[in-house]
Ligand binder design. Structure first.
Ligand SMILES: [Zn+2]
Length: 459
């Protein structure tokens, strides 16, 4: 009876533990591997994320694709059966896997039936430790990576990139400010030695976090210690410092996007000033506010744009908040005027308190349903690893709630007091210009034909 009571208590507490998504059992294996385990709400399934602390930002412009290429290579097989054989094994376990290389990390993403969780983790470990990187696999992976990056890097594309014309507005600005590489990184010159070095220096347990969410096997902690605990630690390599703004950029520029069309996109980008407290929450709320202000002004009041939007992006070590709109080419001057007025009014009157309060409430309420299911929860932990401390993730709802109107106003003033950078993306020719060009060409052909006839008659 006592045993039964204990089991009930345990079940009860496990249930409330599962409900509080910010509470996570986390510990570090002696070799430095960080483990985060969370019983999930779904039965029969686990979501696994292995986050390796190496990303594109850790390499110079020329070698940026190294971690991405290595990520692909690690799927090329653990024995003679090769890539196909490895995939067959995952299929046999009823799982699915993939991997992603971002600026900051390389992450292996796995969904699997709970009953096979240890077998799937075995396979992941084999992939990390037993994959042989040979030259055939390297050429195959290079082709895939090149295709993912948009196919062969043509001379025309490279020339456009050098002229700063081939990029999208925010990327173009980042290149101009020295926050981003001007040219696309290529893979052809990367060597096996370089790849092995990345693997040896960065794929070490003390540079990894393993997240498992779902119906956890009760033997999982012991299993992990016996298997992943055997990986050899090594002093991790220092991350490269993120670039800061290094050069001046033009306050306004036109960028070519496509050949012919009547549309245009306007982007007004502002570097985010760094706030001492609640930087992200404040700018997230400000973004919501500006989204709404753009919608009211450009769509409802003036009917200039169907879905204007505001966006936050990070390049190197600098965050940007941008105001953007899809427009008709002819409406550009009017839209610029509306945006200038909107900015001036915000600086003069500040944020409207009622609107700010409503949008803040909505942002807080959204947190209640923003993360649904084990896979989303695992992804959430992955994205918020920097906020993990002592068994808990910070609660975004509380942090959003804590931003005061005054704080938001201060951030808005610091942001919009800057001139910002205006970028207009439009096709090379408008339809009108194309018709004129066409008419001109026809005229030339007619003239040439006439000249030829006159010439022949004379003979
Ligand atoms: Zn890829």
């Amino acid at each position: 009876m006592r045993c039964l009571l204990f089991a009930f208590l345990l079940l009860g507490s496990a249930h409330s533990f599962a409900l509080d998504r910010f509470q996570v059992e986390g510990y570090m294996l002696p070799n430095g591997l960080q483990v985060l385990l969370k019983p999930g709400g779904e039965r029969g399934h686990v979501a696994i994320r292995l986050v390796v602390g190496v990303g594109l930002d850790d390499f110079s412009c020329a070698d940026k694709e190294l971690p991405h290429l290595l990520e692909h290579l690690l799927f090329s097989g653990i024995d003679a059966s090769g890539e196909g054989g490895l995939e067959e094994r995952v299929q046999a376990l009823g799982g699915e896997w993939n991997a992603y290389t971002s600026n900051a990390d390389t992450t292996f993403v796995i969904e699997a039936p709970a009953k096979n969780q240890r077998k799937v983790l075995d396979l992941l470990l084999a992939l990390l430790t037993r994959t042989e990187i040979d030259n055939t696999a390297i050429s195959a992976a290079k082709q895939v990576v090149e295709r993912e990056d948009g196919g062969h890097y043509s001379h025309l594309q490279r020339w456009l990139d050098r002229q700063d014309l081939g990029h999208k507005a925010s990327n173009q600005l980042a290149v101009e400010l020295g926050l981003k590489c001007a040219e696309r990184a290529e893979v052809d010159h990367l060597t096996r030695e370089q790849l092995e070095k990345v693997r040896k220096n960065w794929y070490v347990p003390n540079n990894m976090t393993l997240i498992v969410v779902g119906e956890l096997d009760r033997l999982l902690p012991a299993y992990l210690e016996r298997t992943y605990g055997e990986l050899d630690p090594k002093d991790p390599t220092e991350h490269l410092p993120l670039p800061d703004i290094q050069s001046k950029a033009a306050p306004q520029r036109d960028l070519i996007l496509g050949w012919v069309g009547g549309g245009a996109k306007l982007h007004w980008l502002f570097p985010e000033p760094v706030l001492a407290n609640q930087h992200d929450e404040t700018f997230d709320l400000l973004k919501d506010y500006l989204d709404w202000a753009l919608y009211r002004q450009l769509r409802l009041e003036h009917g200039l744009s169907y879905g204007p939007w505001s966006e936050r992006e990070v390049f190197g070590g600098v965050g940007f908040l941008s105001l953007s709109a899809d427009l008709e080419r002819d409406d550009l001057p009017q839209a610029e005027q509306v945006l200038n007025d909107m900015k001036a009014n915000l600086l003069k009157d500040g944020l409207d308190p009622a609107t700010f309060a409503r949008l803040q409430q909505a942002a807080v309420a959204r947190q209640a349903w923003a993360v649904q299911g084990d896979s989303a929860l695992a992804d959430y932990y992955w994205s918020a690893l920097g906020d993990y401390d002592n068994g808990r993730f910070a609660d975004p709802a509380k942090r959003l709630q804590a931003v005061s109107l005054e704080q938001a106003n201060q951030a808005m003033r610091q942001l919009l007091n800057q001139p910002g950078y205006l970028r207009i993306e439009k096709p090379l020719l408008s339809y009108d210009a194309l018709s004129w060009l066409g008419a001109g060409l026809l005229g030339l052909i007619a003239l040439a034909a006439l000249g030829w006839r006159v010439h022949r008659k004379k003979q």
